[in-house]
Design a protein around this ligand. Structure first.
Ligand code: ATP
Ligand code: MG
Ligand code: MG
Ligand code: MG
Length: 576
């Protein structure tokens, strides 16, 4: 590629809304261009990175036996109604109507569509296992799109779905993907960690996230340097033993039993300051008749104030979560519930409550938590509807650096990561909801055991940059750089021999299959170097008239502090 024929558009200043380095640098280097909130164009320079990522992903997916197809971006609502995600997903699911008033979604993921394909196409156990994937545009109406393409609303994901005859076979398919993902992320040339994650319905060791290590990552992850234990914070906390902690290490809950939600989550959700306000909360629900059937579900939150003054309890009724809160006295609480708050627990706190009566609340099914007993928190919480920002809760973890690793092999370290991939076994959730069966070996219909496997294609460049940049700009790993080599002739218009040498080297590199760009724009050296350092091309060769007299050019890796003189005749071998 010659720079004069390409599209290069660099900026001195970052946009005002760019909070993190990757967003600033991607915009300044002309990789992306904002169109609206969470919606970006991939400019030619950025698209080259995306294409390289996609190529690596495709090669390894195909190598692992997955088969590519392409499913629609716009999907009829009826499929989403079959699994009830039409109701469960809340406002993150983008819904549109066609001219006939029929409902559609802009896909955030494709389980429904791929399961529909499977139930029509995969009729016999003999056709299994199958793994189908696509690389396709997604839309999630994120509550807070931010950090550019890192958490955008429109983005590209590679999503794969496996279909198996039974759970054992599904685990084999899962392991094949776990291996393929390691191959993919190794090839990207990024520092990453595969961490155990929560697999939702199935549990066990059947879910991993692939986290690119970066100080600015939204996720906290824990690992044991002396063993292979690694997990995301939620998963680690869910498995961590309960027990008292020194106050300094654990400022917000006294003696937590770790769960997916803490007081911090609730405080964030309700918009009340955590540190001094929330010490405890209780929640009651499920009015039952004499036969024990649920006749009405109500959810109440009681936030005890930091001083644990039982006479000043904040009370809120939760459906929709926007109900106003007010302070009530203990007397009022007792009168309303017919018992002291401390006794509310056994009514509904101890086990997770599935709320069915109220549509609004049903969206948040499976959440519940509280510190009903002194110094005790209920686990297994999932604020499905309106998750607090991960970074708002990450620092309020119960696990801290130096805790013993669950495998007993050492102590834990904590670091931050960016979730760029996520794989898990789904079980039969979708196949049951959509009645997707095949004929098993015994001649009877059986539900597919499924797995799903995502990679955030457009999040990856941002994650790579968070991990690899300096004050001058981006530093790409070779495998995903927009160009691997840039040739910078110095004032070639004055020195025909410089121009000729650059052109010749360019032709040689192209012939050798090197992804090279020749900067023939006629820029001053300073401006030219600044551009390529900002864009982050890893290898630069500078060709000047003086060096050339001695048959030398200058080579500089983007991480090097200075250039090295290399014979023009050796440079090709050096770069290959
Ligand atoms: P997150 O926790 O960051 O919201 P997720 O767990 O909701 O991500 P998955 O449903 O697991 O995401 O989707 C698979 C991959 O898609 C993620 O690992 C991530 O790399 C990418 N991804 C998810 N949401 C976004 C987004 N809003 N913008 C860019 N990439 C995204
Ligand atoms: Mg998400
Ligand atoms: Mg996630
Ligand atoms: Mg995920």
């Amino acid at each position: 590629m010659k720079a004069s024929q390409f599209f290069i558009s660099t900026l001195k200043e970052a946009p005002a809304d760019a909070e993190v380095a990757s967003h600033q640098l991607m915009t300044r280097a002309g990789l992306i261009k904002k169109l609206g909130a969470g919606i970006y164009s991939w400019m030619p320079m950025g698209l080259r990175v995306i294409r390289k990522i996609e190529t690596i992903v495709r090669e390894e997916m195909n190598h692992a036996g997955a088969v590519e197809l392409l499913m629609p971006v716009v999907q009829p609502a009826e499929f989403w109604q079959e699994t009830d995600r039409w109701n469960k997903m809340g406002p993150e699911l983008m819904r549109v109507k066609d001219r006939h008033g029929r409902d559609f979604v802009i896909q955030p993921t494709s389980e429904e569509v791929v399961t529909d394909i499977a139930r029509q196409e995969l009729r016999s156990y003999k056709q299994l296992p199958r793994n189908l994937y696509h690389i396709q545009t997604k839309f999630r109406d994120e509550r807070r799109p931010r950090f550019g393409v890192m958490r955008s609303r429109e983005f590209i994901m590679k999503d794969a779905y496996s279909f198996d005859r039974d759970l054992d076979a599904a685990k084999i398919s899962y392991q094949a993907m776990a291996k393929a993902y390691r191959a993919i992320f190794d090839r990207f040339g990024l520092r990453y960690r595969a961490v155990a994650a929560d697999s939702g319905a199935i549990g066990g060791d059947l879910s991993e996230e692939f986290q690119v290590i970066a100080a600015t990552g939204e996720d906290a992850i824990v690992y044991c340097p002396s063993s292979d234990y690694a997990a995301n914070m939620e998963k680690a906390e869910a498995l961590a033993p309960a027990g008292p902690r020194p106050a300094a290490a654990q400022p917000m809950t006294k003696t937590p039993t770790p769960g997916k939600a803490t007081c911090a989550d609730v405080a964030a959700l309700l918009g009340v300051p955590l540190q001094n306000t929330v010490k405890s909360l209780v929640l009651a629900t499920d009015e039952t008749n004499e036969a024990g059937e649920i006749i009405r579900s109500q959810v109440w939150l009681l936030l005890l104030r930091g001083d644990h003054d039982m006479n000043e309890i904040k009370v809120g009724k939760v459906p929709g979560l926007d109900a106003g809160f007010r302070f009530a006295t203990l007397g009022e609480i007792e009168e309303h519930f017919g018992c002291k708050p401390g006794y509310l627990g056994p009514m509904g706190l101890k086990k997770p409550v599935k709320i069915v009566a109220d549509r609004e609340v049903a969206v948040m099914a499976d959440w519940i938590c509280g510190a009903n007993e002194p110094d005790f928190h209920i686990t297994g919480v999932n604020w499905g509807r309106d998750l607090p920002e991960p970074d708002a809760v990450a620092d309020l973890r119960n696990i801290v650096e130096g805790d013993r690793s669950p495998d007993g092999k050492g102590v834990l370290a904590v670091e931050r990561g960016i979730e760029v991939g996520h794989i898990f076994v789904l079980g039969t959730k979708y196949s049951e909801d959509m009645n997707a069966t095949f004929l098993a070996e015994d001649g009877k219909p059986a539900f597919f055991e499924m797995g799903c496997y995502g990679i955030g294609i457009t999040r990856l460049p941002a994650a790579a940059i968070e991990q690899n940049h300096d004050e001058r700009g981006i530093i790409w790993p070779d495998a995903i750089a927009p160009f691997t080599v840039v040739l910078c002739p110095i004032t070639p218009e004055r020195f025909p021999e410089v121009k000729a040498a650059a052109e010749q080297l360019y032709a040689q590199l192209l012939a050798a299959g090197v992804d090279v760009i020749l900067d023939d724009r006629g820029e001053r050296p300073g401006a030219m170097f600044a551009d390529w350092e900002l864009i982050g091309v890893p290898h630069r060769v500078t060709i000047g008239d003086r060096g050339l007299k001695d048959g030398l050019v200058e080579y500089q890796h983007r991480r090097d502090t200075g250039a090295t003189k290399i014979a023009l005749t050796d440079i090709l071998a050096h770069l290959k």
